[in-house]
Ligand binder design. Structure first.
Ligand code: IDP
Ligand code: MG
Length: 137
């Protein structure tokens, strides 16, 4: 079994989409094994997205990620990382496949409703960023 980190982002929590998004997550081979709703501080958002610090959209991304609460989740499955990236759809919702979370719910390339880890290495770093060992079942 593998774990991946999922975030339901501010645009989605604002619109009360958590239950609908969780339905799309759990219909495939993925189980939600930890979940909490939190408000990110700007410094935490900057630390989480440090790989994007030189991108033109970085400051807007931090503003957006701290604009409302987020729901952070640990997902478990045999191919959790790849399976969740598929369920999420492309970063730009205009390019996302039908049935994906981003196709269904994202507003634009920034307000794209969900985050999912992109590799096993980053999944571990990102899960440790938000969860203590005893919070993940
Ligand atoms: P990902 O979330 O699909 O892995 P990344 O390239 O890692 O996409 O970007 C992280 C987040 O930064 C995106 O999910 C989105 O919220 C935001 N973002 C990415 N590219 C752009 C852009 O070109 N304009 C505005 N925001 C962007
Ligand atoms: Mg990414």
């Amino acid at each position: 079994m593998k774990n991946t980190l999922s975030i339901i982002k501010p645009d989605a929590t604002k619109r009360n989409l958590v239950d609908q998004i969780n339905k799309l997550i759990t219909t495939k081979d993925l189980k939600i094994v930890a979940q909490k709703r939190i408000k990110l501080e700007p410094d935490e958002a900057k630390a989480f997205y440090i790989v994007h610090k030189d991108k033109p959209f970085f400051n807007d991304l931090i503003k957006y990620m701290t604009s409302n609460e987020i729901v952070v989740q640990v997902l478990e499955g045999v191919n959790a990382i790849e399976d969740y990236r598929k369920i999420m759809g492309a970063t730009n919702p205009e390019k996302a496949e039908d049935g994906t979370i981003r196709k269904n719910f994202a507003i634009n390339i920034q307000e794209n409703s969900v985050h999912g880890s992109d590799s096993e290495e980053n999944a571990k770093i990102e899960i440790d960023f938000f969860f203590k060992n005893n919070e993940v079942s």
